[in-house]
Design a protein around this ligand. Structure first.
Ligand code: F6R
Length: 620
């Protein structure tokens, strides 16, 4: 996830910005840059790779990096950025800061401007000259074209033209003592010093200089001068905002105040879904997966069958893809664990669309399975979170999830982003095949666009609720997870999460399979977790719940808010907000991640680094 820092004060800004960017490195990045204003000039330096390369570029000795204007005196105002590529490849030109054609307005941006294509076309027709492939650059041009003499007022006007989820900080040569930040969904925080002010996407960026923090709320604009900060709402009214003193150490600050990266990442899932779906669902009522750099929708023409290959959690996303694609697009779907697929003799070829799902894009077995399919003539696409990863180089097209760097070893936010993306793929295939009406696709797209908000609603107070359940079951030495239909991948994923981070033995089954074996495991000591959200087979799930309870097992059910048919049959329920039945499983996995998490914490284990597991598995 990209990182932003801005500084205005009386000390040399370059050092402060660089050290701030170093504190944001944990978020992951592929390029970096900063811009400084001094003596009527802007100096801008950007480099691909790590911050050492940016530092070398600042010193004037890095190839593949650019630096403009050398300032006579050290600047005391500037902005910096670490970029995690989403729109546009990893390149110096795509690194931030971005600037307008006259090189007077510089911006650093996180998130996505959904309507950037239309804005870009308009700006180009008005004479703007773009130098990057990013969505972010439109903001610099929009500000420059609307600017008269007031940066803050201009930013307020420009905000009304932007659709999407983003945060940015802008500065202009015309007001060399002001930074203006704005946010919609993506975070921005302000740091207050005696005669200096900071703005960043996260507190660690300025923690070495100040612990006095102000939060910028959604839709607000913040105007920073040395030692002066004004926060305004969208209508331009000044907002009073408490200054909070944070007592976090550096590590806690990196975790955004959460006790672990896993918990932080669980709470970042609304963002991960929003970033993954936003611009792809922004035009009309449909889904647009095309990306001029990596995905040509012609790859989806005439597909006869879809095959998902993946490992672990990513495999569960593939299983969800099967339910969604069969149901919506009416296409046959096969799903296999990559380590099996690559060594079977898979019958695959032209007409098949093979999708390798891998958050890292480096998993050896998934790459192996993709290669086998490609050699046999199938079209192969990679669905991954990491730009430039190996999977993106061995395929015919790439669909990126945009969950940002995931540090916790157990996949959480990357999984919900994968689910969101396979749903979009299913909807796009449905549209191409005419298997759903445009109106129905519009309804499903609208429901998808609601998901980030529903995730936030669900997470509100959920941790404490789940912990109360963990309190009675954390010592159990075996858990069974059951579900049916699109609840099956979620039962499997919930069980995997628990065994990965708590080392508790789990099994997960399609509930209808229970009486063919696993029911023998059950007694009054066994917690059974049932995914019982809305589905065409909910009544059957309830029957299965009754069967396990008849063996004394205690049932925790994930239900749908407003449904009262499941609660009388179980010990405990956690309700997720109601939406389209096919989408509810994406919500249902969140309490299961937290249940695994709370059980691990009660067992005094570190969920960020489970034993024997690696984040990226590059060996088979
Ligand atoms: C589980 C987990 C693993 C990965 C698997 C595939 O929490 O993280 O099961 O899902 O190793 O990894 P990627 O997605 O990088 O191919």
């Amino acid at each position: 996830m990209c990182g932003i820092i801005g500084y205005v004060g009386s000390r040399p800004a370059e050092e402060i910005l660089l050290s701030g960017l170093r504190k944001l490195e944990y978020r992951g990045y592929d390029s970096a840059g900063l811009s400084l204003i001094g003596d009527g000039e802007i100096r801008s330096v950007r480099a691909v790779g790590n911050l050492d390369r940016l530092e070398a570029a600042l010193a004037g000795d890095a190839a593949g990096a650019t630096a403009t204007a050398t300032l006579a005196r050290p600047a005391t105002i500037g902005i910096g950025h670490t970029r995690w590529a989403t729109h546009g490849r990893v390149s110096e030109a795509n690194a931030h800061p971005h600037y307008d054609s006259a090189n007077r307005v510089h911006v650093v941006v996180n998130g996505i401007v959904e309507n950037y294509m239309a804005l870009r076309e308009r700006l180009v027709s008005e004479g703007a000259s773009f130098s990057s492939e990013t969505d972010a650059e439109v903001i610099a041009h929009l500000i420059a074209s609307a600017y008269r003499d007031d940066l803050a007022g201009t930013v307020a006007r420009v905000l009304t033209e932007l659709d999407g989820y983003f945060a940015f900080v802008a500065m202009t040569l015309d007001e060399p003592d002001v930074l203006v930040g704005a946010r919609r969904e993506c975070p921005l925080v302000v740091g207050r010093g005696a005669d200096e002010s900071f703005i960043a996407s996260a507190v660690p960026a300025f923690l070495a200089h100040t612990r006095s923090v102000q939060l910028v709320e959604n839709g607000e604009i913040v105007v920073l001068r040395a030692g002066e900060v004004e926060i305004r709402d969208g209508a331009g009214e000044t907002m009073l905002r408490e200054i909070v003193e944070v007592d976090w150490d550096e590590e806690t600050a990196e975790k955004g105040g959460y006790e672990t990266f896993m918990l932080k990442e669980i709470h970042e899932q609304a963002d991960a879904v929003a970033e993954t779906i936003s611009d792809r669902t922004a035009r009309g009522d449909g889904v647009d997966l095309a990306d001029p750099l990596c995905f040509d929708e012609a790859l989806l023409d005439g597909v006869q069958r879809v095959v998902f290959v993946a490992c672990g959690t990513a495999y569960h996303a593939g299983l969800m893809g099967r339910y969604a694609i069969e149901d919506w697009a009416g296409l046959p779907v096969e799903v296999d664990v990559a380590s099996e697929y690559r060594y079977r003799n898979p019958i695959v070829g032209p007409g098949d669309l093979v999708v390798g799902i891998s958050q890292s894009g480096e998993t050896a077995d998934t790459l192996g399975a993709m290669r086998v399919a490609r050699e046999r003539g199938a079209r192969v696409i990679a669905l991954t979170n990491v730009m430039g990863s190996q999977a993106t180089r061995e395929c015919d097209g790439v669909l990126y999830t945009r969950a940002g760097l995931e540090i916790g070893v157990a996949a959480t936010k990357t999984f919900v982003a994968q689910l969101a993306l396979v749903y979009l793929l299913a909807l796009r295939l449905a549209a191409l095949r005419g298997s759903l009406s445009a109106a129905r696709i519009g309804e499903l797209v609208a429901a998808m666009r609601q998901l980030p908000q529903l995730i936030d609603e669900l997470l509100d107070g959920l941790d404490a609720r789940v912990d109360a359940i963990a309190e009675w079951c954390w010592q159990a030495d075996f858990f069974l997870y059951i579900g049916r239909h699109a609840g099956v991948p979620i039962a499997l994923e919930g069980a995997l999460k628990l065994k990965e981070i708590s080392y508790v033995s789990t099994d997960a089954y399609a509930a209808g399979e229970m009486k063919h074996g696993p029911i023998a495991m059950l007694d009054e000591r066994t917690p059974v977790v049932a995914v019982a959200t809305s589905s065409p087979v909910l009544a059957k799930v309830i029957n299965n719940i009754d069967e396990v309870r008849a063996r004394g097992a205690k049932v925790i059910a994930i239900t749908t808010a407003g449904d009262d048919t499941v609660a009388p049959h179980v010990e405990d329920t956690i309700a997720v907000p109601a939406t389209e039945p096919m989408l509810e499983p994406l919500l249902a996995v969140i309490p299961l991640q937290l249940l695994a998490y709370r059980i691990a914490m009660r067992r005094a284990l570190n969920p960020d680094q489970p034993r024997n597991l690696a984040k990226t598995v590059t060996v088979e």
